[in-house]
Write a protein that binds this ligand. Sequence first.
Ligand code: AMP
Length: 420
Amino acid sequence: MNTPEFRAPRGTFDLVPPRGEAMLAVRDALAAPLRTAGYGYVETPSFEETTLFARGVGESTDIVTKEMYSFTTRGGDDVTLRPEGTAPVLRAVLENGLHRGALPVKLWYSGSYYRYERPQKGRYRHFSQVGAEILGTEDPASDAELIVLAVDAYRALGLTGVRVLLNSLGSHESRPAYRAALQEFLRRLDLDDETARRVEINPLRVLDDKRPEIQKALTDAPVITDFLSPSDRAHHATVRSLLTAAGVAFEDDPRLVRGLDYYTRTLFEFVHDGLGSQSAVGGGGRYDGLSELLGGPALPGVGWALGADRTLLAMEAEGLPLPGATGVQVFAVPLGEEAAAWAFSLVTSLRREGVTADFATGGRGLKGAMKAADRSGAKYAVVVGERDLAEGVAQVKDLATGEQQAVSVNGLVTHLKRLV
Ligand code: AMP
């Protein structure tokens, strides 16, 4: 086989059928519960001013320090391909004044995101997320609602192995005391220079360090849940009881921090054990101070992003059939030129009537055309030759049983509509 001259860039891949359709179906399924719950759809540009992410995601995060696709445009603007969706959506809400209307604002979105990460299975430089945000309320019911909607989406796809990890990072009432206690603990450890620096800038991020020796050293680290203020504790308790009432099982994970700086109170991650090291299929949390960070008014919010690529990998890991594999219901096999023109108009009429249909092209002989019919996934082939046309009939063949029946061309569309 020839080696092609061009390949998809490192860390990216193409989606070709049938995985292409499967990805579309996964995105649709992840969004379906949101649409049922009345969320509005929002679309923002694929790139934004770099400072939006520097401020909105956090200067000390891996995303901002190492992973952004940033460049200066010909006009001298510094822009970045979006590494995540929340900061852009919040920017759009503030810019379009949605926060001045009825609150809360509930939004969903779907698209491509870009991070310059070290590629491996489940970790790509271009990936696909479906996201949701609720803005303008501190109600813990919103946190619980989002978690339930994500769990329902995974369930609808047939996934049984998704676990919900839950934590509270506390608000400004709880965090300073915890941060100080954690710092004090971490300063006593023997850490490399970079980690020691992180202890001073953003100690919570150290909890996210995946190295086994660090995780071991953290065994006795103080946990945030011991430092929650009464109102943060009450918020967390309500989220938990609403989840339980909704039949959603969750695991408390007091070490859960996640890689973005803006989270407050509720934090959660959806993980799947069939994925190896990149086990997070989705995650999110509350971000009550983010609007102010972006120059907006106080506008509490909570949201999540579900990774479509990893959701598809999780389905494959569970051996679920790929969703969305299409194919057509009817395949027309014309024999001869006159029949070809007739088949073309038959297929056009069928499609306009909502019957999925295709036809053999290029004047293929019966054998090749029937092979194409089998490959198309169709249940019925309509075989038509010049003699059939002269008699005003077409042969409708059931491709599963091989049974064939002559049907009058006049009633053919109606007949096929009834059959499929
Ligand atoms: P995050 O914004 O990092 O919480 O990402 C939310 C979800 O998007 C994760 O749980 C993953 O499923 C997915 N995701 C994040 N980064 C990547 C990546 N580099 N490649 C594939 N999926 C990703």
